[in-house]
Write a protein that binds this ligand. Sequence first.
Ligand code: DLL
Length: 434
Amino acid sequence: MSNYFQEEIETASREKIVEIQNEKIVKQVKHVYENVAYYRNLMDKQGVKPEDIKSIDDIKKLPFLTKADLRDAYPYGLLGTDLKDCVRIQSTSGTTGRRVVAFYTQHDIDLWEECCARAIVAAGGTNEDVVQVCYGYGLFTGGPGLNGGSHKVGSLTLPMSSGNTERQIQFMMDLQSTILCCTPSYAAFIGESLAEKGYKPEDNKLKAGIFGAEPWTEEMRKSIEKSLGIKAYDIYGLTETSGPGVAFECEEQTGMHINEDHFYAEIINPDTGEVLPEGEKGELVFTSLDKEAFPLLRYRTRDICVLSRKKCSCGRTHVKMTKPMGRSDDMMIIRGVNVFPSQIETVLLNEGYAPNYQILVDRKNNTDTLDVNVELLPEQMSDKVSDIEAMEKKLEGAMRTMLGIGPKIHLVPPKSITRSEGKAVRVIDKRKLV
Ligand code: DLL
């Protein structure tokens, strides 16, 4: 059985990949310059012409594009084709400001679905699998992307969308789903719900899960793998670049291969814009190499990660990115200390708690406050106030060691924190509301 969806390109030599990138970038820049007035202006301001881009190395000459540009250009300002050639839009969940609306030609959809198909095959998927897709369908890219990928692999696709956990479980059991696709927080909830119904991990037929769209830690991976009896694979992507499948994990589970024949990745210093060498941590920047309707050159994702070209045992040659370690705009600065939600999650899981928590940040008397509500597991419950207080103190100590500042921990009863069916809302920062 082949372990690849498109073996030739997924295992191509470095030289071959660079050759493809060199060829594609010249065309993509020309396409953007000729069709996207917004970006043409940015290039003109920087004094760069399409002729200056002769190979992928010349990409450094191009200006960056940011989320603010996407908002300015909303809705049609970055369109690279006639509207009559577009067949679909997708959009972000955008909680603040204008949503991002991405456009697709049929070529763009095919390319995107192939990327998702590569991810499914890397997780062991074949045409004999039953793929339960419980990412949201509709404007969100998760459902449509994995759905399309699953079709391309030829798997039986269950277009469940998110929510209605009772029905998810019924279909999972009755139709014997083998691959589960959803956010990691929803996967954890499904695992919890299965256990409550008395199912053991070996009672389901699942073998793998393809989880992404939000940050999750290695500890959370272990916990989901245990509760569902599966191997859990990470998948990454963003609406702007098409959706899930920009990068995906293979069996080695040590980072996600970026589909480099379609997306060129750079890591930059988020403060200076300087391109950093392989292995250094910084902001991920993507350039689409062959998109028609919504091509993006040097788009700043705000996701912080590290790239690695270390040889992978799976045989794929495409560069790997680490799990995003947070977003440059998700990082909380609390009393001057940088805190990422993922650090808090790591401590909780290491200390034996479930990944059900909420982080509350506020400012009282001109001082930042950090409170974390953490749900107890039923077996951790105690009638004795002193027991609970001792557990809170211990957790506060472990947090202080990890974060450098001590949050106030509040242990709350099981099931008291609202479960998420899509992306979990982990942080409530009231300071931003003032
Ligand atoms: O979340 C696309 C997606 C759907 C990816 C399903 C994976 C699975 P957006 O809603 O535009 O698109 O959000 C994109 O989500 O910039 C990251 O900050 C975050 N993100 C996506 N995947 C991961 C991941 C989809 N595997 C934003 N780990 C990105 C951590 C992720 N963060």
